[in-house]
Design a protein around this ligand. Structure first.
Ligand code: EPZ
Length: 422
């Protein structure tokens, strides 16, 4: 099992290129199921979850090939799909497989998708996905751990209001509604940039969508979708960019992030400026400079455009070495403080009470062996290791590999002393 060995105390300097967004790539690979024509996506991040989604689509019979060795261009051909299924063996390793449900139903009229099951950060139910697709006319049974869905004829447009804002729920509904008969209105849609990027791909494929990026999205169903005329470039990963911003805020230095979108990171940039970082957006680059110890910043996670839950663990790591104390509230997931106990092993002072954590910063953390528990928790442990005295070993970094492309190589390129060991 791979580990990362980090020798802390070095500032980060230089330039790093931000990859395409994992959470846009996953729904957009599934969107290729909506047409028999080959769909070409650019700026696809080469990370574990994307490899898993490729395996899932190939398992259905789709052709999916990287254009060349090391390329970030992916060619998907769902004209050869023979079995609209997402089996447990694959779904259990990646919950986002649920994103196949909407497009399979819309194009093939049936889908057999394993229930994802929970994960480290929460029970992660998919009841809202099922409720919305049933509103569109799908007959759905859940048996033996599988969602068995079918529709006689075409899905019908519907007005959908979910019990809570759901990112992949919104994405499933967008893809299903694109080929449904009539109009679908999503009344409390997710506004994340990855949802907007999916909508823009669907529009390039012939879908009729308006309101994406707001809480109310309207889709007029069409009979068929086609491949986008040009390859669709996947939006940059705002969470990867935010992770690097937090790394510099904690370890100090001067770094330019190439390919990042400042307009997707307002809440994160505001908090890091409050912590004392200087951040400027120039063209498609974000430049962060941090020459002092950060000041503790309190925050609460919420849906986009507010502070993202996927950045909570990383900004907590910054607070661990900040001057003062800060209160952090996690409002989206019920168990997203798994990184706390590991940060405490590195010398952090953190008190958790339910969905709230109070972090009191210390001058220096002290290196130790720690264990990653989930994707963003592993990123926060890497950040903490970068500013800890001595050696930190982060174990179980397969969690990190799921959501970051060559994290340690990118950090080494910025001067970090970090290497992958067995
Ligand atoms: C997406 O997960 C992201 N994953 C997550 O990123 C992200 O943390 C999350 O959105 C919130 O922003 C992808 O896009 C692949 P939700 P998703 O449905 O769609 C509850 C990462 O680190 N809920 O918006 O699964 C749910 O339990 C990952 O990259 C239901 O109860 O999240 C949660 O409390 C982690 N029933 C809340 O809603 C449902 O049917 C928001 O979940 C659906 C959701």
């Amino acid at each position: 099992m791979d580990k990362l060995l980090i020798r802390g105390g070095k500032p980060l300097n230089g330039t790093v290129t931000i990859s395409g967004a994992k959470n846009a790539a996953l729904p957009e690979l599934c969107a290729a199921l909506l047409t028999a024509e080959p769909v070409v996506l650019d700026n696809v991040p080469r990370l574990q979850d994307v490899q898993t989604m490729i395996k899932l689509l190939r398992n259905m019979g789709a052709g999916v090939e990287w254009q060349a060795e090391g390329s970030h261009r992916l060619v998907l051909n769902a004209g050869t799909v023979t079995s609209p299924e997402a089996p447990y063996e694959l779904v259990k390793t990646m919950r986002a497989s649920i994103l196949a449900l909407g497009p399979l139903l819309a194009r093939f009229g049936e889908a057999t998708v394993s229930l994802p099951g929970g994960c480290a950060i929460g029970s992660r139910p998919v009841d809202q996905h099922i409720k919305g697709l049933q509103a569109m006319g799908a007959e759905i049974r859940v048996e033996h751990g599988y969602i068995l869905a079918k529709v006689n004829g075409r899905l019908k447009g519907a007005r959908i209001t979910t019990d809570m804002i759901t990112v992949t729920g919104t994405e499933n509904f967008l893809m299903a509604a694109a080929l449904a008969e009539g109009e679908t209105v999503l009344e409390n849609a997710a506004q994340e940039p990855e949802v907007t990027d999916l909508a823009e791909l669907l529009i390039k494929m012939g879908a009729k969508i308006s309101g994406h990026g707001t809480s109310r999205i309207v889709i007029q169903g069409v009979d068929r979708l086609h491949a986008p005329v040009q390859p669709h470039p996947i939006v940059p990963d705002r969470i990867e960019a935010g992770t690097f911003l937090c790394a510099v805020a904690a370890a100090g230095g001067d770094v330019a992030l190439v390919g990042s979108r400042a307009d997707h990171l307002d809440a994160v940039i505001d908090k890091l400026r409050e912590a004392g970082a200087s951040i400027n957006a120039i063209n498609n680059q974000l430049r962060i400079t941090m020459s002092t110890r950060p000041v503790a910043v309190g925050f609460r996670t919420s849906e986009y455009p507010a502070f993202p839950t996927d950045m909570q663990a990383q900004l907590m790591a910054v607070n661990c070495v900040a001057q003062g104390a800060a209160k952090i509230s996690e409002t989206i997931f019920e168990n997203r403080f798994m990184h706390v106990n590991e940060l405490v092993r590195l010398g952090a002072h953190i008190e958790v009470d339910g969905h709230t954590a109070v972090v009191t910063g210390v001058e220096r953390l002290s290196g130790a062996t720690v264990m990653a528990t989930d994707l963003r928790a592993s990123a926060s442990l890497v950040i903490a290791g970068l500013c800890a005295d001595g050696e930190t070993v982060v174990d179980r970094i397969y969690h990190l590999d799921r959501g970051y492309e060559q994290m340690e190589a990118k950090l080494r390129g910025l001067g970090a002393d970090i290497e992958r060991i067995k």
